[in-house]
Design a protein around this ligand. Structure first.
Ligand code: HEC
Length: 172
């Protein structure tokens, strides 16, 4: 019985036209739609102001009193882990949480609730809450333009607009 099921599954896969399988493969590699990346840039730059601490290019800015975070270009996190960091923040660090429900019983963070942390270690609330869509978008932006990427003039102009002084020194 079992082998029959397996065989018929193999049959279905063998018969499936190649184009059926392509979107799944693309999603698995985390290729984001351009529209999501654009929306994510607006979240990063204007709404959540991630750039205040991470810099426009993810290299780290220097807010008072604290060392800048490690460059996001060097982040080893996958998309799912990034979503959790943005949603939850990082305990005992200045990375804020971006959803109201984070750390509650129904929306645990790193498997924990606020009750599992010392009160002072609970990540602070971000100035603006983000929706799940906005978090997915800002992660798409990070992965498409910052994580593992070089700082290019094209990216700079897309971020700041043509003629911005921030991009003047970038050759390419
Ligand atoms: C108030 C400063 C601050 C703001 C605002 C901020 N971050 Fe962070 N972020 C940090 C710090 C500090 C860390 C490093 C925490 C640590 O050492 O564990 C961090 C870590 C991260 C990481 C984990 C990187 C890794 O590989 O471990 C991601 C992803 C991230 N931030 C994305 C964002 C995004 C997206 C936003 C805006 C929605 C944002 N951050 C807003 C300070 C900030």
């Amino acid at each position: 019985m079992r082998s029959r099921v397996t065989l018929s599954l193999i049959g279905v896969l063998a018969l499936a036209p190649a184009w059926c399988l392509v979107p799944v493969a693309t999603q698995a590699q985390g290729a984001a739609e351009p529209a999501a990346v654009e929306r994510g840039r607006v979240v990063y730059r204007d709404l959540a102001r991630c750039s205040y601490c991470h810099g426009w290019n993810g290299q780290g800015a220097i807010p008072a009193e604290e060392a800048p975070p490690a460059p996001l270009s060097l982040s080893q996190l996958d998309a799912t882990a990034m979503v959790e960091v943005v949603r939850c923040g990082r305990p005992a660090k200045s990375m804020p949480r971006h959803t109201r429900a984070a750390w509650s019983e129904k929306d645990r963070c790193y498997g924990q609730t606020a009750g599992d942390l010392a009160a002072r270690d609970l990540p602070v609330a971000a100035p603006a809450w983000l929706t799940n869509q906005q978090i997915a978008d800002v992660v798409a932006f990070l992965r498409a333009t910052i994580q593992g990427k070089e700082i290019t003039r094209a990216n700079c102009v897309r971020y700041w607009g043509e003629g911005a002084p921030e991009c003047a020194g970038l050759q390419r």
